[in-house]
Design a protein around this ligand. Structure first.
Ligand SMILES: Cc1ncc(COP(=O)(O)O)c(C=O)c1O
Length: 392
């Protein structure tokens, strides 16, 4: 008898970004010179300050032992200091912070700490897939809110039905938002936190892109509304080109952090010590982050400028490493993405509908493609030239 997958696993289609990888491989096999804006995985090196510190730390931890489940004292203190400097919020590393193995792990596992079978988790649509998949694997029920340009890509919390709210344990927000590139104003964060406190809901705030912003002021954190009922999720991945290190952290409500830590003792055995030490060094340096922001902004302007010249709507993002580009009127997101895959253009994007699902009849990702600004500035300039040859 052959093995069979669990019903939950078998109910899922492919992971959207695994599909993107497959398309890129196919195009390359056909000999096309591919410009890959599909997966949001930066290709630039991790800053030297972090790599050098981690190299030394490997020797310092020659006898490794399992790392702390919740992160070393030094790592948690560095996270707390950084939160203090960046957001003006005081968090106690002993009570309000836990290390995570990148933020995907935290996002996916979080419902296991707060959700019983049948409880509801609310999350954005389009949204980072582990919001809904983590809920599903925890036996919870998903309820999503659409992100639409007409509402500044913000949720309408008043539209959540009372019967859904009664059963809701977690509300995910994501600002700066992936994939739309929008930033939630502090007033919205205050309203969301107040709403969650009133209804006994955990406000889970995905802030993985908090450092990649292009406006006059850096984005706010949900932590600025107070720690009660708030758990913010941070990542070293995009801030410091450290996707391969798998280091992140959560911070916020003392009881939520206690429960999250308890969950993690049952799942993993901590973030490798040398990588935590390297991350402490990365957190101490803002110069490399400012340089990255300049480069992403230049790449964003090249791409968004090229789409505008084609007569498409201006979708210039305020933050993140993504452009959420609306296609020509009447063209589906898959059709739009396919046009960009024309071998003369060979610009790989993710169709918006792969990151969204129909909501109230209408799919908020329909008509959009997502471009991750990870190719080099030269490749982005090349993409802009290739796009100029398109006619819609
Ligand atoms: C919105 C969002 N949150 C979290 C993550 C997870 O990043 P990591 O696990 O590398 O910290 C990603 C990755 O692309 C993301 O897009």
């Amino acid at each position: 008898m052959s093995v069979r997958g669990s019903l939950r696993l078998e109910s899922l289609g492919g992971y959207a970004f695994a599909e993107v990888d497959r398309i890129v491989e196919d195009l390359r096999r056909q000999g096309a010179s591919v410009l890959d804006f599909g997966v949001g995985d930066p290709k630039a090196p991790t800053p030297e300050i972090a790599r050098e510190r981690a190299k030394r730390a490997l020797d310092e931890h020659a006898t490794t032992g399992y790392p702390s489940y919740i992160g070393s004292q030094g790592f948690r203190a560095a996270c707390a200091d950084w939160i203090g400097r960046r957001f003006g919020v005081k968090v106690d590393p002993a009570k309000h912070v836990s290390a995570t193995i990148g933020s995907k792990e935290a996002v996916f596992h979080l419902p296991l700490a707060f959700v019983d079978p049948g409880d509801v988790v609310i999350s954005p649509n389009p949204g980072y897939p582990p919001y809904t998949r983590g809920t599903m694997f925890a036996g919870g029920r998903n309820w999503t809110y659409p992100l639409r340009a007409s509402q500044g890509f913000l949720p309408d919390l008043g539209a959540i039905p009372a019967d859904v709210l009664r059963e809701t344990r977690v509300l995910w927000i994501c600002s700066p938002n992936s994939p739309t590139g929008s930033v939630a104003p502090l007033d919205f964060l205050r309203d969301a936190a107040k709403f969650c406190r009133k209804h006994g809901i955990l406000l889970a705030s995905d802030e993985a892109y908090s450092e990649l912003w292009f406006g006059d002021e850096p984005p706010h954190s949900a932590l600025e509304t107070g720690l009660e009922n708030v758990l913010s999720v941070f990542s070293m991945s995009k801030r410091s080109n450290m996707t391969g290190w798998r280091v992140g952290f959560v911070a916020g409500d003392e009881e939520a952090v206690r429960l999250f830590r308890k969950l993690k003792t049952n799942i993993d055995s901590g973030t490798p010590n040398a990588l935590q030490d390297g991350s402490v060094a990365a957190l101490s340096d803002e110069t490399h982050v400012a340089a990255m922001r300049r480069e992403y902004r230049a790449k964003r302007d090249l791409l968004c400028g090229a789409f505008r010249k084609l007569g498409l709507p201006d979708c210039t993002p305020e933050a993140t490493i993504y452009v959420w580009q609306k296609g020509p009127a009447g063209m589906s997101s898959v059709e739009f993405a396919k046009r960009l895959l024309d071998p003369a253009v060979a610009v790989v994007t993710t169709p918006g509908t792969w990151l969204s699902s129909p909501d109230g009849g209408e799919d908020p990702g329909e008509g959009y493609v997502r471009l991750a600004l990870v190719p080099t500035p030269e490749e982005c300039a090349d993409a802009a030239r290739r796009l100029a040859g398109l006619r819609f």
